[in-house]
Design a protein around this ligand. Structure first.
Ligand SMILES: [Fe+2]
Length: 385
């Protein structure tokens, strides 16, 4: 996050004595990325963050490819993924490669018995249904329908839901997730033409330092394995922190669409970037206003990227038979475009209420058995006249 933020109490000077009321020292931790070269925060703990008590079982949670080499356009019915009580068990990877794992989750219960950390990947949670609070080492972020939650790798968190009716699109990125560089100035500030800016971000708040000793289970995901580690103190014992590396939220409803006289290409919808994929937000907007404009997109060959579109709400103008929670996969190497009839039908329309999240990966995606289980199996023929 190209933004400085500070919560709680911190010493005037970094790496200097910062004492508690009883005269003992706080424990400073640098929480950084990309060696010592990326964004970082300095945290002040009540206890050493290194007190491992036990290392328990390890579960293999790496996704398995049911389809390794995919050339088939597919339509996956995302809401067919069954709800499960536990948050981590509810997360089902459907598409993946070495750079990114895309999954669906319908968790019913809040995470209370344990804490979770993804040591390898930044996580991007999109809240399709539900609300609650993301509780982290660095404070809390309340969330609701339409929020993206960006959780940098290594961040210990719990997620609490208000009800049992939750639907999440889960993206695990093995490359850091940033807002698009072309929308930021040399200092990192978002420029005037950016469709999102600092004022839109939901920053951590309500930092509470838990001074508790005992047994605290942290499930740590690393190299496709879920390690069960027991720590001797409550992981949320930070009294203060400052810096640039922290979780944040951004509502898709705050994305300001860029429109034009003629059809604008997908990059105008870009919301996040990584070295290996982009995330775009398709939001309600006015259509192209050239007198002869065709608002529906042209056929296009996404030669270099697999295109995943998650339909959130509204009618999707270029597709037929699409419902909420459906996911289309248009693989690299073959062209795709609007369905028969939608191209002509879009002429003269003045706006759209469509809401969707797109993930374009630069390397091909593999499919898991879960993806095949919710595949409609006939989408690839849906352009036949
Ligand atoms: Fe496309």
């Amino acid at each position: 996050m190209p933004l400085y933020h500070k919560l709680g109490k911190i010493p005037h000077k970094r790496h200097t004595q910062f004492r508690k009321e009883d005269g003992s020292l706080h424990y400073e931790q640098l929480f950084g990325t990309i060696g010592f070269d990326g964004m970082s925060s300095l945290l002040y703990h009540l206890h050493r963050p290194t007190q491992v008590k036990e290392i328990g079982k390890t579960l293999d949670v790496a996704p398995r490819a049911a389809v390794e080499y995919n050339i088939t356009s597919r339509l996956l019915k995302g809401l067919d993924v069954k709800p499960e009580d536990d948050y981590l068990e509810s997360r089902k990877t459907i598409l993946f490669n070495a750079d990114v794992h895309v999954g669906l989750a319908a968790p019913k219960k809040s995470m209370i018995e344990y804490f979770y950390k993804n040591a390898d990947a930044d996580e991007l949670l999109f809240i399709h249904k539900g609300s609650g609070v993301l509780k982290t080492l660095l404070g809390e972020i309340p969330f609701e329908y339409g929020d993206y939650l960006v959780i940098p790798r290594g961040m210990i968190y719990q997620i609490h839901f208000d009800t049992e009716d939750n639907r999440l699109l889960v993206t695990e990125s093995y490359h850091p997730i940033y807002t698009p560089k072309r929308y930021r100035n040399w200092f990192g500030q978002h420029l005037e033409h950016s469709p999102l800016c600092e004022r839109d971000f939901k920053l951590p708040q309500n930092l509470k330092a838990h001074d508790e000793k005992g047994e605290f289970l942290i499930k740590v995901k690393k190299q496709g394995q879920l390690h069960h580690m027991v720590y001797a103190t409550h992981p949320f014992d930070v009294v203060g922190w400052d810096g640039y590396n922290f979780p944040y939220g951004f509502s898709i409803h705050d994305f300001e669409p860029i429109t034009g006289r003629v059809h604008q290409p997908p990059p105008v919808h870009q919301t996040f970037e990584t070295n290996a994929f982009v995330v775009c937000s398709f939001c309600p907007r006015l259509y192209d206003y050239h007198p002869k404009a065709i608002p529906a997109p042209y056929n296009h060959s996404n030669i270099d990227s697999d295109e995943v579109l998650y339909y959130v709400d509204g009618d999707f103008m270029s597709r037929k038979g699409i419902d909420k929670g459906y996911i289309s996969l248009h693989p690299a190497g073959i062209p795709h475009g609007p369905h028969p009839g939608t191209y002509e039908a879009s002429i003269g329309k003045t706006g759209t209420e469509e809401l969707a999240v797109m993930i374009d990966t630069f390397k091909p995606l593999k499919l898991t058995q879960t993806a095949l289980d919710i595949d409609d199996g006939k989408y690839y023929k849906s352009w036949l006249e």
